[in-house]
Design a protein around this ligand. Structure first.
Ligand SMILES: *Cc1c(COP(=O)(O)O)cnc(C)c1O
Length: 397
C-alpha cells in the first residue's frame, strides 16, 4: 500500500475526496474494492507475525479489510475521531456500541424518542440480559439527572429525533453523564457528520446508519461506530471481531464513494428542506411544521447552537388525522412513499402506521407522533418541482 496523504488542515470536503485512500501498487485513481475473505502469507513465519501482531497486516475480512479500512479512516477524518469500526448496518453499530459497554447488573438511560429498533435494544433486549434501562424525555435535563443510578454505565440519544425532530442539548447531557461516571453515545444519523459533531460536544461515541445520507442513493446498508482508541479497543473491537456483524467490502466501497459527494448532497438537500419547510407551513390543511432551524421550533436555540444547518428532514401535521395524512401522501407523484431517509429521492412516511406502529397509542402520543403527522426526507430533485408536488397534495385534501 502506498503512503497516505498528509491530511492536516484539510477541510471536510477535501478529506471526503482524498482521506483514507490507500493505493495498491497499480496506482488506481478510484479506491480499490478488495472483495476478498482472507489474505495469503508468503511463509508460515509471516502468518505467525500477522497473528501475534508484530506485522499489522490484514488477516480476515470478518474484522479487517483494506476497503473497509479506507471507509473507516475517511469517517475518522470527517468526524475528528481517533478510531472507527464499520458494521453491516446502523443497527449492528448501535447494538455493539451499547452491548459492548455493559454487563448484567448495569443500567443505561436513553431518550425515549428513538429510532424504533434502537428503542427495542434499550427497552427490550438489554433488560433480557439483566441490564436495566430508563427512558426519559431527552429534552428535559432534570429527567436525565433523576434517572442516574449508582450502576448507570451509559446514556444514549439521537438528535434531531425521529420523527418529530426534537433537539436535545448534547453538551448538557454529556456533562450529566460524565458527572455520573457514565458515557454518552449519540446516534447522529439525522444531523449527519457535516452538520453536528457530537464528539466535539462531549459525547464519547457516535454511531451512524451509513444506509442513510452516507450512501445517499438507496443502494446498501452499513453502519459505523466512532470513538476514542480506548473505547473502540476496550468495548467494541472484540465484540465485533468475535460475533461478526461485518460489513461487506463491496458495501464499504459504495459508502466510501458516497462520502465523496456527501457535502454537496447534504448542503443541497438541507437548503431545499429549509425552504420547503416554510413552503409547507403556508399550505392549507397543514397544522404545524417541525424543522430544527425554523423560529417556531421548540428547541431552535439549541439547534442553532449545536448544528451548522437544520438538516434534510421536515415533519408536519395534516388536519384530519390519518385520513388527511394518507390523502396528502397518496396525492404526491414525485415524492415517493418509503420509510428510508437521506436518499437522493424525496421520501415520505407516516410514522404512526409504519416506523412507530409497534408503540402503543399512548407511547406515540407521549412522543408527539399524531395520526396526522408525516415525515418528509428531502432529496436532490429541484426544490420548485418538490414544491409543486406538495401543492398538488395540499389540493387533494
Ligand atoms: C436507519 C436508522 C438506524 C438503523 O440503521 P440501519 O442501517 O437501518 O440498520 C438507526 N438510527 C437511526 C436514527 C436511523 O435513522
Amino acid at each position: 500500500m502506498a503512503q497516505q496523504l498528509d491530511t492536516t488542515g484539510l477541510r471536510p470536503d477535501t478529506l471526503l475526496v482524498h482521506g483514507g485512500t490507500a493505493r495498491s501498487p497499480f496506482g488506481e485513481t478510484s479506491e480499490a474494492l478488495f472483495l476478498t475473505q482472507g489474505f495469503v502469507y508468503d511463509t508460515m513465519e509471516a502468518a505467525e507475525a500477522r497473528f501475534n501482531g508484530t506485522d499489522p497486516g490484514f488477516i480476515y475480512s470478518r474484522f479487517s479489510n483494506p476497503t473497509v479500512a479506507m471507509f473507516e479512516q475517511r469517517m475518522c477524518l470527517l468526524e475528528g475521531a481517533p478510531a472507527a469500526r464499520a458494521t453491516a448496518s446502523g443497527m449492528a453499530a448501535v447494538t455493539a456500541a451499547m452491548l459492548g459497554q455493559v454487563k448484567s447488573g448495569d443500567h443505561v438511560v436513553a431518550a425515549k424518542a428513538l429510532f424504533g429498533s434502537c428503542r427495542y435494544i434499550v427497552e427490550d433486549l438489554l433488560p433480557r440480559f439483566g441490564v436495566a434501562s430508563t427512558l426519559v424525555d431527552g429534552t428535559d435535563l432534570a429527567q436525565w439527572r433523576a434517572a442516574v443510578r449508582p450502576n448507570t454505565k451509559s446514556f444514549f440519544l439521537e438528535s434531531p429525533t425521529n420523527p418529530t425532530l426534537d433537539v436535545i442539548d448534547i453538551a448538557a447531557v454529556a456533562a450529566i453523564a460524565h458527572e455520573a461516571g457514565a458515557t454518552l453515545v449519540v446516534d447522529n444519523v439525522f444531523a449527519t457528520p457535516l452538520l453536528q459533531s457530537p464528539l466535539a460536544l462531549g459525547a464519547d461515541c457516535v454511531v451512524y446508519s451509513a444506509t442513510k445520507h452516507i450512501d445517499g442513493q438507496g443502494r446498501c446498508l452499513g453502519g459505523v461506530i466512532l470513538a476514542s482508541e480506548a473505547f473502540i479497543t476496550d468495548k467494541v473491537h472484540n465484540l465485533l471481531r468475535q460475533t461478526g456483524p461485518s460489513i461487506s467490502p463491496f458495501n464499504a466501497w459504495v459508502l466510501l464513494k458516497g462520502l465523496e459527494t456527501l457535502p454537496v448532497r447534504v448542503e443541497r438537500q438541507g437548503r431545499s428542506a429549509e425552504a420547503l419547510a416554510d413552503h409547507i407551513a403556508r399550505l392549507p390543511g397543514v397544522k404545524r411544521v417541525l424543522y430544527p432551524f425554523r423560529e417556531d421550533h421548540p428547541q431552535v436555540a439549541i439547534a442553532r447552537k449545536q448544528m451548522k444547518g437544520g438538516g434534510t428532514l421536515v415533519a408536519f401535521e395534516i388536519e384530519g388525522g390519518k385520513a388527511g395524512a394518507f390523502r396528502f401522501a397518496n396525492a404526491l407523484q414525485l415524492v415517493k412513499i418509503s420509510n428510508n431517509l437521506g436518499d437522493a429521492k424525496s421520501l415520505i412516511t407516516h410514522p404512526a402506521t409504519t416506523t412507530h406502529q409497534r408503540l402503543t397509542p399512548e407511547a406515540r402520543a407521549e412522543l408527539g407522533i399524531s395520526d396526522g403527522m408525516l415525515r418528509l426526507s428531502i432529496g436532490l430533485e429541484h426544490p420548485d418541482d418538490l414544491a409543486d408536488d406538495l401543492d398538488r397534495a395540499a389540493r387533494a385534501l
